[in-house]
Design a protein around this ligand. Structure first.
Ligand SMILES: *Cc1c(COP(=O)(O)O)cnc(C)c1O
Ligand SMILES: [Zn+2]
Length: 405
């Protein structure tokens, strides 16, 4: 059985029963899942014999009964040492956490599978999400496997592959004429009125727990020695915040000694409210009215966890830095051509920001750095590039001319 203790307000620390609740009655703050940490006995030996997916960290996930797990075999994606890319960027120890290799090709499979499994545990039969694209596919796939109905809400203008993918898994896809923040508001009302379990709204405290498994895996794959620096993309800020919670929990239960890692957040220049707050020394996030970037997954003008991500970045002595769309495209190509990893803009951005930080002297050559590459380029073909293609007749002499041999 799981070790979940309560839902605790991030602002005023009031605790609640772990039910379908997501805001504090006292102060409207967000709620976090808290575990009975002293009772958790998760050891390296125990982990060694468990299956290689995110459910191996069951004691630190918010599901009470393992029978409610919907298992798409998400997670335990490779942590790859990147010699070639590292050399070009001037780094001796660069790693990529390749989360494009999840079942629906983005890290969103992590929070979605925890959120949808929790819906099943709470007896909710219809789920959904407000999505910038990847979450739509992830929630739909997991709902399909679990036999739940699924309604996904998306803003207009996101990549076609993400919509096709979500509907292939059998979800009702509702495109809202507006931006992500409009979508979020509508989905929020739908959750209340139609009894829907919207994974990133009323199931949010459970949903975000899935993302911290990225932190668990990075620690475990480095043999429980943390990297010096991790670069994480920021949309809503939930991923960055959850990963920090994950490292804090590992420290709490004694699997790592100290969470000293610098945590840096990456946003596209056309939607970078957290970066602006960081650079201006603000203690609040000023929403962006009209996000404009090719990194559709990060186009959230009013990031729900933006402030909390900012606080974690400061606490961990990291940075918040932006990258221009052009630099993101260049980084995608560089990553693909050196390491054979094809990222979408929201994933490639961590490489673009890494490059900037090295140039600014904020990361030195011997630091052990991990970049989180969170989504696959195959879903963003139209915004990434047109292929370089030569069409010829099936003739060997023509071919010799074309390739110049
Ligand atoms: C959603 C998403 C992010 C951002 O995650 P948040 O939790 O919203 O900050 C980053 N990369 C990809 C590929 C995503 O789909
Ligand atoms: Zn509160």
């Amino acid at each position: 059985m799981g070790r979940i203790k309560s839902l605790k307000c991030r602002e005023c620390s009031t605790e609640y029963e772990p039910t379908l609740k997501y805001v504090c009655d006292e102060c409207f703050g967000p709620l976090d899942v808290i575990y009975d940490y002293d009772a958790i006995n998760l050891t390296k030996d125990k982990l060694n014999i468990r299956s290689r997916n995110l459910w191996r960290y069951f004691e630190l996930l918010p599901i009470l009964n393992p029978l409610n797990i919907i298992d798409l075999t998400v997670g335990f994606t490779p942590l790859i040492k990147c010699e070639k890319l590292g050399k070009i960027l001037g780094l001796n120890q660069l790693y990529i956490k390749n989360d494009t290799l999840n079942p629906t090709y983005s890290f969103k499979d992590r929070p979605a599978s925890v959120g949808v499994s929790k819906a099943l545990e709470l007896g909710i039969s219809s789920v959904g999400c407000a999505s910038t694209g990847n979450l739509a596919a992830a929630t739909s796939a997991c709902a399909a496997k679990g036999g739940l109905k699924c309604y996904v809400f998306i803003p207009s203008g996101i990549e076609r592959a993400k919509i096709v993918q979500a509907s292939a898994y059998g979800a009702y896809v509702i495109e809202v004429d507006g931006d992500y923040d409009d979508v979020n508001r509508l989905a929020s009302q739908a959750a209340d009125l139609f009894n829907l379990g919207i994974v990133n709204i009323n199931l949010r405290p459970y949903y975000v727990e899935g993302s911290k498994t990225l932190a668990f895996e990075i620690a475990e794959q480095l043999n429980w020695n943390l990297p010096d620096h991790i670069i994480i993309p920021i949309g809503s800020g939930a991923l960055l915040h959850s990963m920090c919670k994950g490292f804090e929990e590992l420290e709490r239960i004694g699997l790592i000694n100290e969470f000293y890692t610098k945590i840096t957040g990456a946003q596209p220049e056309g939607c970078s409210p957290v970066v602006k707050a960081f650079k201006n020394g603000n203690e609040e996030i000023i929403p962006i009215e009209h996000p404009d970037t090719i990194a559709k997954s990060l186009a959230i003008g009013e990031p729900g966890d933006g402030l909390y991500a900012l606080r974690k970045i400061k606490k961990q002595n990291g940075y918040a830095e932006s990258a221009r769309d052009l630099d993101i495209l260049e980084a995608i190509q560089l990553l693909a051509k050196t390491e054979g990893i094809f990222a979408e803009p929201a994933g490639g951005i961590t490489i673009a920001v890494l490059k900037r930080l090295v140039e600014q002297g904020k990361i030195s050559k011997d630091e052990k750095v991990v970049c989180c590459v969170t989504g696959s380029g195959l879903k963003s073909l139209e915004i990434i590039s047109t292929p370089i293609l030569k069409t010829i007749k099936p003739d060997i002499e023509l071919l010799a001319k074309v390739i110049g041999v």
